[in-house]
Write a protein that binds this ligand. Structure first.
Ligand code: HEM
Length: 147
């Protein structure tokens, strides 16, 4: 079960990233007046939903991962060990903050007074969310599940 969740978590990162990049491109199109906000919003919601799903698989890993169990067993040692500390502290913190920024961004953009402002807000929040995700991904781990 651990391997299945880890592989899902690994692969789902690409769905999150692709949805985020497409959402950015759509808002840029929108800013050029080419598409209405409804089209960008659909992609933004897909991005946020994929990110929330990834947070759920991540939190599940937090419970079942032997790496986390070992890290929890020796917290003073873990805090001095950068790779372990990354998975117990930096990674989950950055990703939870990213999910909060994406969720708030969706609400702020939807409530802006016109489509141009909606696109601008959506763009700012989506880029900020993607920056947090990029910073939080362990790029030194396998890029594909089971690699
Ligand atoms: C609260 C949110 C999250 C938590 C608690 C979490 C937790 C974890 C944990 C514990 C691991 C290491 C598991 C192990 O090796 O046993 C891990 C790995 C990983 N996480 Fe997350 N994660 C979260 C969100 C995310 C998000 C949003 C992304 C990307 C969009 C992501 C991408 C990855 C990747 C690529 C790995 C490496 C997978 C592998 O080695 O195959 N995580 N995560």
């Amino acid at each position: 079960m651990y391997a299945a969740i880890l592989h899902t978590h690994n692969a789902l990162r690409w769905l999150v990233l692709v949805a985020g990049i497409l959402a950015v491109l759509r808002t840029l199109q929108g800013l050029n007046g080419k598409t209405p906000f409804a089209a960008a919003r659909r992609l933004g919601l897909t991005f946020t939903a994929a990110l929330h799903l990834q947070v759920i698989t991540g939190l599940t890993l937090f419970v079942v991962s032997p790496l986390i169990k070992a890290a929890m067993g020796d917290m003073p040692g873990t805090m001095k060990n950068a790779p372990l500390r990354f998975f117990i502290a930096e990674h989950p913190t950055l990703m939870v903050v990213a999910a909060i920024v994406a969720t708030i961004g969706g609400i702020v953009a939807k409530n802006a007074p016109d489509d141009a402002k909606r696109h601008r807000k959506a763009l700012a929040f989506t880029v900020a969310t993607l920056a947090l995700i990029f910073a939080g991904i362990p790029w030194d781990r396998p890029w594909m599940p089971g690699q």
